[in-house]
Design a protein around this ligand. Structure first.
Ligand SMILES: Cc1cc2nc3c(=O)[nH]c(=O)nc-3n(C[C@H](O)[C@H](O)[C@H](O)COP(=O)(O)O)c2cc1C
Length: 192
């Protein structure tokens, strides 16, 4: 198959799908939520998680003011919610009220935790750096919320119980297919 090459970034979403998460924050009596596709685990010890957020987002201001943020991992059923909070501005509306978003209490921070999330991290901001037109915000994970029934003890997400929300770009959402799971032990496969 021939590969098309081009200089520069082009549309810059050909490496998708990405996990679409909802980042939450609160400060000065206001809470907010936005969808984020650019995010990553950074370190086990200390546990660090990074999110790439444009300084134009209202959420960015709340995170800077409170030094905290939440990362909410969503099931596929929450796709409309991701499109809603990713398509509206917290400066103009109360998204929690407008989109009827149910929350749970955080335990180590004051960030809103979404009821619909199958997993969520509470993070304390430890770094905020600009890269191009986005800020890379690094948070230390100070609390983890996991929906018990979708995470069997010592195991990974049970795809019969929750399907993660993926984003393909161009406003297209999808999820995983359980019949593609393969167990490949790296210790075996890494031998040569
Ligand atoms: C699927 C999806 C992924 C997005 N990913 C990001 C992202 O990684 N970083 C970012 O700054 N904005 C991202 N956005 C845009 C914000 O969610 C959007 O601008 C939102 O309205 C910001 O809300 P706020 O101004 O209330 O904080 C994404 C939007 C969608 C729909």
């Amino acid at each position: 198959m021939a590969k098309v090459t081009s200089e520069g970034a082009g549309k810059f979403n050909y490496h998708y799908p990405m996990l679409a998460v909802i980042v939450t924050a609160q400060a000065n009596g206001k809470e907010n939520a936005m969808t984020v596709a650019w995010h990553a685990s950074i370190s086990f010890n200390p546990p660090l998680y990074g999110v790439s957020i444009s300084p134009k987002r209202f959420t960015y201001q709340l995170i800077v003011d409170s030094k905290e943020f939440g990362v909410n991992f969503l099931p596929f059923e929450a796709a409309e919610l991701a499109a809603s909070v990713g398509g509206s501005r917290g400066q103009e509306i109360d998204k929690f009220h407008r989109f009827n978003i149910a929350t749970e209490k955080a335990i180590r921070t004051a960030v809103p935790i979404l009821k619909t999330a199958y997993a969520a991290y509470e993070c304390k901001l430890v770094d905020d750096r600009g890269y191009g037109d986005h800020r890379w915000l690094v948070g230390e994970v100070v609390a983890v919320h996991l929906l018990e029934e979708v995470f069997p003890p010592e195991e990974v997400l049970d795809l019969d119980k929750a399907n993660p929300l993926l984003y393909l770009g161009n406003e297209l959402y999808l999820t995983t297919a359980k019949d593609t799971i393969k167990y490949l032990d790296r210790k075996v496969y890494g031998k040569h």
